[in-house]
Design a binder for this molecule. Sequence first.
Ligand SMILES: C[S@@+](CC[C@H](N)C(=O)[O-])C[C@H]1O[C@@H](n2cnc3c(N)ncnc32)[C@H](O)[C@@H]1O
Length: 234
Amino acid sequence: MPSVADTFTRVADGYDRLNRILSLGLDVFWRRRALARLRHLTGEGADRPLAILDVATGTADFALAAARCFPAARVTGLDLTPAMLAIGERKVAAAGLTGRIALQVGDATALPFSNASFDAALCAFGFRNFPDISASLAEVVRILRNGGRLVALEFFRPRSALLGAFTAGWLKCLSSLFAKSRAADYAYLRASIAKTCSAGEFAAMARAAGLAVERNEFFLPACSCLVLRKCDKL
Ligand SMILES: C[S@@+](CC[C@H](N)C(=O)[O-])C[C@H]1O[C@@H](n2cnc3c(N)ncnc32)[C@H](O)[C@@H]1O
């Protein structure tokens, strides 16, 4: 079976384009909306420097949006797949944000950062790819300062069989039209949605890891957004 990194290496070149097509451009809006939730909850304006980690940053869309939303923040983007990061590096340079966004290779289940070193962590469409979601949540909790927040955007397992069938059909139809040569890779991505946890199961794992659920929203038509806070006691 191909590794996750092999799959994302093969799809890296067309990843952004296909993301926009499959989500009808909504993925850009979902990331911005999730960051607006974080800004509202933290009450952070432009002034306080924040350390933000974007886990599974891929081509750095969430990292770029975070740097724009929090103009005094330093953002670190981490990902398993160098080919995705190479595209992210080009986008960061084109945006003139190399001084504020640093990208690096790493594994979400063994984050190469010291305890309590970030104010916030982000993860968009990453968790369902990780081999052990609880282990990656434990790592996020370890690197967050107390009171720090995790914002997770994810296509969790759909709530109903009907919605699941619709999502799978939509992805299959559009990816076979626009990414015919990568059919097997996009079949993996569809399967990862069908077999991952539900948003409720993810929230339960997050609570067990030491995160309080502050928001658990559904961004129509397909995306869950959770904002979670690291607490001493739940
Ligand atoms: C669907 S992409 C999401 C990319 C990006 N966050 C976005 O919003 O478009 C999933 C990413 O997770 C990365 N990934 C998968 N397993 C990982 C792991 N164990 N540690 C870090 N990154 C991982 C992949 O390389 C890929 O770039």
